[in-house]
Design a binder for this molecule. Structure first.
Ligand SMILES: [Zn+2]
Length: 116
């Protein structure tokens, strides 16, 4: 299922439009508990869907369900804060390269196709 027809991207098409609201609601219905709390043996209702790897406007990454996780607001905040502190996504991909595409190992190219 590939849809790459948008030559111009509205803010909705970047992700946070009606399509996301619907997908998000459906996801939370199917995954109602915070995954980070669950890892600690705590049961907390999730209130939002987080992207495990920041999508940075990457549509493919944005919609990849295996990149989604249900979180409660406190977990989401601490997760994001930790990420911002290090500046990089923690962990590496299967090829051994950092998951973060802005990491200098990826050649330092700062191509931002999503800039206005
Ligand atoms: Zn939580």
């Amino acid at each position: 299922m590939k849809r790459k027809r948008y030559s111009r991207k509205s803010s909705a098409e970047r992700g946070y439009g009606g399509r996301w609201q619907k997908a998000r609601a459906a996801w939370l219905k199917a995954h109602p508990l915070c995954e980070m709390c669950r890892d600690q043996g705590i049961t907390t209702a999730a209130t939002l869907v987080d992207h495990i790897e920041p999508h940075r406007g990457d549509q493919e990454l944005f919609w990849r369900r295996d990149n989604w996780q249900s979180l409660c607001a406190p977990c989401h905040n601490s997760h994001k804060q930790r990420m911002e502190k290090s500046g990089y996504v923690l962990g590496c991909g299967v090829n051994g390269l950092p998951l973060d595409r802005n990491h200098h190992w990826h050649g330092g190219s700062k191509t931002n196709t999503n800039s206005d």
